[in-house]
Design a protein around this ligand. Structure first.
Ligand code: BES
Ligand code: MN
Ligand code: ZN
Length: 500
């Protein structure tokens, strides 16, 4: 879909549909009032007759409104004016997009970006509207032989801003919103791909294709043979039972000269059966999403390349498959990691941290400014935070607060969990330098503690996205998170460097 901004009066829009808000109970928004005036009370008459109460998400489509140039007017209920918050705003936008798709308007001018959303400006409203709109029309149809698409889908959506002065801000919001939405779509497409197609090699191909599309991106890969030479034995152990080769894919984005890079490390388990510590059969299909971290790294790399941000970023997609087999690693095995530290394996289903620990050591060579890993790491994180927030853990407070700020701005929420020294004792092993897991308690944190032992050489943060990377049930599918969060983090980073 195409998006743009303009500033004009509602009655003068020569378009298929204009979208205008009505508050509850039957109260016209500023724009609706303007239409009401030129149409000599046409809209207030309708409301008086009880056609629309203004409850959040209610829709009323009007044709031939007097003295209005647009073919249709879509009145959208926005709830009580004082209660209009971020969540409601996004829901209203989504509902509006669905309705426009159903009514056959192929283009529309939307005045909902002029609504009053507590504490949010035009930039936020336009950007969130674009992300919500793109998100709501997303469908994964690639593998269906019959695709049911709307006959006359919405192609072009123009957001109106209150004054010409706000146009530059609106245009920036369009650029950012489109880049984020495009990154989310790529993330979702790759994550939704089934595990018989989406293997570690497939992830590498996606990276290489992306690098071909953007001059600022280049691709390289670390193969099993090179991992062997580097001593990445924990990573290799996890992939040993799989017929699909492990591949660590690297995407280098160069936009910031010789600045130290920010490194994003994504867990890329293209399927996690649990290995010999095999998972129960119910919902095991969802473990194709265990590469959601890697998919989000791919999405972020595309977004920053699209925005041509003046920074350096390296994306590392740790591709691997965890399967039971005669060659599989076992509970009881002791592995020597690339860092030299030895690790006793207690459960082969705690594979993510093993793949990540060697990748975290590998990326030391880039002398990074900061490293953020993104992983569908623990069921415990889902128990703790549910599906609304990703877990944040970090040993560097400034980096943690940068991420928290970016989450607040982008609406892609995170919640910090502590990595206190006290939790580290859970990892003591009688036979090796450490266990790779703690007990049942604080499972998300002890996983973070394990990773922290491989990140001493740089500033590091860890995002556990086990609860946020995909949805189960009727709306099963990848969410595209945390692409908005990380893209926002990168945008903020460039604002910081521009000041110096
Ligand atoms: N990929 C899973 C974590 C996961 C489980 C994410 C369910 C989303 C939903 C991870 O590899 C795993 O299996 N973790 C184990 C660790 C345990 C054995 C210490 C878990 O969380 O149960
Ligand atoms: Mn697992
Ligand atoms: Zn896993």
């Amino acid at each position: 879909m195409e998006f743009s901004v303009k500033s004009g009066s509602p009655e003068k829009q020569r378009t298929a549909c204009i979208v205008v808000g009505v508050y509850e109970p039957r109260r016209l928004s500023g724009v609706a009032e303007q239409l009401d005036k030129v149409s000599e009370g046409f809209i207030s008459n309708l409301l008086r007759r009880g056609d629309l109460e203004g409850k959040s998400g209610q829709m009323l489509l009007l044709h031939n409104v007097p003295n209005v140039l647009s073919e249709r007017v879509l009145l959208v209920g926005c709830g009580k004016e004082r209660e209009l918050d971020e969540r409601q705003y996004k829901q209203i936008i989504e509902k509006t997009i669905q309705t426009l798709n159903d009514t056959g308007s192929m283009e529309a001018v939307c005045f909902l970006s002029e609504l009053n959303v507590k504490g949010r400006d035009t930039y936020w409203k336009v950007r969130q509207a674009i992300e919500a709109a793109q998100s709501s029309i997303y469908a994964f149809n690639h593998l269906k032989t019959r695709k049911d698409e709307p006959r006359r889908p919405l192609r072009k959506l123009v957001f109106n801003v209150p004054s010409r002065r706000e146009l530059p801000l609106g245009e920036k919001a369009v650029a950012h919103g489109m880049a984020v939405a495009k990154g989310m779509n790529l993330c979702r497409d790759v994550a939704n791909m089934p595990p018989n197609i989406c293997t570690p090699t497939y992830l590498a191909e996606q990276c290489s294709e992306l690098a071909e599309r953007y001059d600022s991106l280049s691709f390289s890969a670390v193969t099993e043979q090179e991992m062997e030479e580097l001593g990445m034995n924990a990573y290799l152990a996890v992939g040993r039972g799989s017929a699909n080769e492990s591949v660590l894919s690297l995407l280098h984005y160069n936009g910031g000269g010789d600045q130290a890079p920010i490194v994003l490390v994504g867990k890329g388990l293209t399927f996690d059966s649990g290995g010999l510590s095999i998972k129960p059969a119910a919902n095991m299909d969802e473990m194709k999403y265990d590469m959601g971290g890697a998919a989000s790294v791919l999405g972020v790399m595309q977004a920053i390349a699209e925005l041509q941000l003046p920074i350096n970023v390296i994306g590392a997609l740790a591709g691997c498959e965890n399967m039971p087999d005669g060659r599989s690693y076992r509970p009881g095995d002791i592995l020597t990691t690339m860092s030299g530290q030895t690790v006793e394996v207690l459960n082969t289903d705690a594979e993510g941290r093993l793949v990540l620990c060697d990748t975290l050591t590998y990326v030391e060579r880039f002398e990074p400014e900061a490293v953020i890993d993104i992983a569908t790491l623990t069921g415990a994180c889902v128990v703790a935070l549910g599906n609304h927030a990703s877990g944040l853990m970090s040993t560097h407070n400034p980096l943690a607060s940068e991420l928290l700020t970016a989450a607040e701005q982008s609406g892609d929420r995170i919640w910090r969990l502590p990595l206190w020294e006290e939790y580290q004792t859970a990892l003591e092993s009688p036979f090796a330098d450490m266990n790779h897991l703690g007990g049942r308690e604080a499972g998300a944190i002890t996983a973070g503690c394990f990773l922290s032992r491989f990140t001493k050489k740089y500033n590091w943060a860890h995002l556990d996205i086990a609860g946020t990377a995909w949805q189960s049930g009727a709306k099963k599918g990848a969410t595209g998170r945390p692409v908005p969060l990380l893209t926002q983090f990168m945008i903020n980073r460039t604002a910081a460097t521009e000041q110096v």
